[in-house]
Structures are given as C-alpha cells and as structure tokens.
Design a protein around this ligand. Structure first.
Ligand SMILES: Cc1ncc(COP(=O)(O)O)c(C=O)c1O
Length: 430
C-alpha cells in the first residue's frame, strides 16, 4: 500500500504525531464541526482530491487565496519559470517591481507598497507604520474582524460601546493589548486624539460575510479625519476579490493604508501593505519605522501573483459575479423552501451563509447564528455529497473562475437535499 492509499483517518492519526493537532493552522482542524479533517493531495480548477482518491467541489479555495481555481496552467508555468531562475536572492527583482505596479494600477490612491509574506505581517506592519507616522499609540479594531495573529490584534472586548480590549488568547500579556480598543462592526466608535489608526475589514469576511451598512465606511473616514487618525482597510480577503480594485473602489472610500494578501501571491506566501506615500515613507530605509523580511517580495511568489492579476479583467469579475449570484439565489431558494432560517449574503463575488432569520450586522449576531449548530449539519451533509465548505461557521464561501454552471447546479441540488435533512433531523446520521 502506498502512502497515498492511506485513509484520511490514518493520515490524521499520523499527522498528530508530528504536527500540533494534526494541522499547521487551527482553522484547518475540524474542531468547530467535529470529525476528521481531509488530507488533500492535489487540486485542479474548482476541485480538490483527498488521500482516498475522492474528489470534492471546493468552496474553500485556500480561504480565498485562489481565485482562478487550483493549478491554473498559466500560474503553474509562471511559477516554474521563476523557480528555474532562482527562488530567492535577498535583492530587488524586476518581477517584484512589476507586481507592485500592477497593484498600484488597480487600486486608486495607493502610492507606495511594501511586500511581506503573510497577511499577519501586513496588518502588523501597517499599524506600526501608522503609529510611527502619527506618533500615537491607540488603535481601534472591530469585533469579529480578523487581522491575523499579532499579539495586539488578538483582542476581544465586551459588547456595547467601544471598550478597551483584553487578550483573546492565552499567551498574550494584557499589556500588549492596552492600546487596542474594540468596537462593534457597523457602529461608528468615538475616536479620540490619541488614536493612531482604525483598522477594518471593509467587508467583514471572518464572521461569515457581513456587509458594511450604507455609510459605515464613509463615516469612519470622516471621524478618522476629525482627529488625525489613519484609516486602514484590511483587504487581505476583499482585495482583487470583490472587483478589480477591491473594496475601496467598490464603496468609493479611500483609506490611508491598505493591507493585501491571498490573491496577490497566486497561492504562494505573499502579502503587502501600502498607501499614501507620505505615510509609507516613514518606513526604513527612507524613514525611521523598522520593518523587514528575508523572503519579502519573493520572486516565485511575485511571478505567481502577476500571472493571476493578468488573468483578472473586467470580464472575469463579471463572470465571477454571475456565478456568485447564481449560487446565492439558488441556495436562498432551496434552503428557504425547506423552512430553514438562513441568510445568504452576497457582496459582488463574495458569499457567506449565516443560519439566522435576519441578515447579520455584527459579531454578536454572527455568534448567535454560529452557535445554533446548523452550520455543522450543513457542512457535514454537503461534504457527504463531495462539496467542501470551510469547517467552521465564520468563514466565507469562495467561488473561483473554474466553478462551472454544472458545479453550481450540483451545489444547489445538494443544498436542497441537505436542507431537507436539516428540516427532518431524524435523517441526520452523525
Ligand atoms: C482579513 C484578513 N486579514 C489578515 C489575515 C491574516 O493573513 P495570514 O493568514 O496570511 O497571516 C487574514 C487571514 O485569513 C484575513 O482574512
């Protein structure tokens, strides 16, 4: 028996002996839904294959890092060509400059960029830059938004008015979050003169998908300007996903700094932050804010990112949007018909599902929907039909350009059967 013939169970048992909890990132575990995580051997377009040789229609798409689908030939070719010339030099490469130019071309108002290797680094460094530029310490974040795992961003607070955050995980000293204030998404917090920056997911995609209420982003822009605080849009998910220019273009609100990740690396570890030149020039080597990285702007990752961006034109976004509309309306119809309370949110090409009677506006509402156990049922029943959604209720649904009409029809049919079983719990077999 070759290794690839081992079952998911066997691989998981083996994984746990060398990887903590059997995974390299906790979101990949099935802790939120129960069961054994799949061990994946390959992906092609909209599909992934597990170690048992089973093929699944994939709506995780590496949590949004993949927008063309897996192993797109043009991206594979770009990676192979770049790798054949050397994978890292510790020096600037033409490909790095070209990707920065492609990003600037698409994002109105973005003047200078710094590449990093993960979204976590992008947000951490953007905030350091904002603090350096303003000389202030306080930052405001919103409950339910995720900005990676730097200590001062792993914070939570009480519901209600904006409050001083406390660490949301063991291992972060309280002093690390003493300058972090946590506010409710879709509510304008009171921002004082000590505030360096407000960081927000312009479309919240880490508490299920939550749309900004009309005027929310514009009002944030105004209150930041009133006190000289910088506005940071964390577009690690929305960047080059919701449309060609990201959420700032979609809503017509220009932040001072942007954070990007996922799509710009074409499936390789690459992220970036950027924005106003006068703010970005606070960074070393021009300014006095230190920030660095051995693999930052890696030539293989930037080649992959450029190959992806070159394939994303107005037509691609139209196509993605029509796929998203077809899926959201199909899901809404079949789940609704079975009497299951569910709210399907669509923002252009992004989708999310909350098992809630009403659209969700903030984290408190998202938590209520997440805790009713319905997502777990939905997830497992869909997986039995070889359709893979994220193993947790707080993730978004990611469609790629490789998802075909028949893939979407199949998903809606499976969702109908799933919703039927959910309405008759005696059919649920776990
Ligand atoms: C909005 C947002 N910001 C930041 C991050 C952190 O990115 P990374 O996982 O690359 O560190 C994520 C990750 O999912 C994200 O969704």
């Amino acid at each position: 028996m070759t290794d690839s013939n081992f079952s998911n169970n066997a691989w998981y048992e083996r994984a746990k002996k060398s990887l903590v909890g059997g995974v390299s990132s906790p979101v990949r575990s099935f802790n939120a839904v129960g069961g054994t995580p799949l061990t994946i051997t390959e992906g092609n377009g909209a599909h992934i294959k597990d170690v048992e040789g089973r093929t699944y229609l994939d709506y995780v798409q590496s949590y949004g890092a993949s927008i063309l689908g897996h192993a797109h030939p043009k991206v594979v070719e770009a990676i192979q060509q770049a790798a054949s010339k050397g994978t890292t030099f510790g020096a600037t490469t033409p490909g790095e400059i070209e990707l920065a130019e492609r990003i600037k071309d698409r994002v109105k108002g973005l003047e200078l960029i710094r590449f990093v290797s993960s979204g976590t680094e992008a947000t951490m460094s953007a905030i350091r830059t904002a603090r350096g530029a303003t000389g202030k310490s306080k930052i405001i974040i919103f409950s339910g938004c995720y900005h990676g795992h730097s200590d001062f961003l792993l914070a939570s607070g009480g519901s209600g008015i904006a409050s001083l955050a406390i660490p949301s995980t063991k291992g972060v000293p309280a002093s690390y979050t003493q300058h972090t204030v946590i506010a409710n998404y879709n509510e304008i917090p009171i921002i004082d003169n000590d505030t360096a920056a407000v960081i927000v997911e312009p479309v919240a995609a880490n508490m299920g998908l939550v749309e900004p209420q009309p005027g929310f982003l514009l009002e944030l822009r105004k209150v930041c300007d009133n006190v000289g605080a910088l506005l940071i849009f964390d577009e690690v998910i929305t960047g080059f996903r919701v449309n060609k220019g990201g959420a700032s273009t979609l809503y017509g609100v220009r932040p001072d700094l942007w954070c990007f990740g996922k799509i710009i690396g074409g499936g390789l570890p690459l992220a970036a932050f950027g924005g106003r030149a006068d703010v970005m020039e606070e960074l070393a080597p021009v300014g006095k804010v230190y920030q660095a990285g051995t693999l930052s702007g890696n030539p293989v990752a930037t080649a992959a990112g450029s190959a992806v961006l070159d394939l994303l034109n107005d037509e691609s976004y139209e196509s993605l949007k029509s796929k998203a509309t077809k899926l959201s309306s199909g899901l809404r119809q079949v789940i609704g018909q079975r009497g299951i309370a569910a709210s399907i949110t669509q923002v252009e090409t992004l989708l999310g599902i909350h098992f809630s009677g009403n659209p969700v506006k903030n984290f408190e509402e998202a938590q209520k929907a997440a805790n009713n156990g319905k997502y777990k049922q939905f997830f497992h029943e869909m997986l039995k039909d070889f359709i893979s959604f994220a193993p947790g209720p707080y993730e978004s649904i990611f469609i790629s350009l490789a998802h075909s009409d028949s893939d979407l029809n199949k998903t809606v049919e499976a969702a109908d059967a799933t919703a039927f079983k959910m309405s008759k719990t005696e059919f649920l077999t776990y």
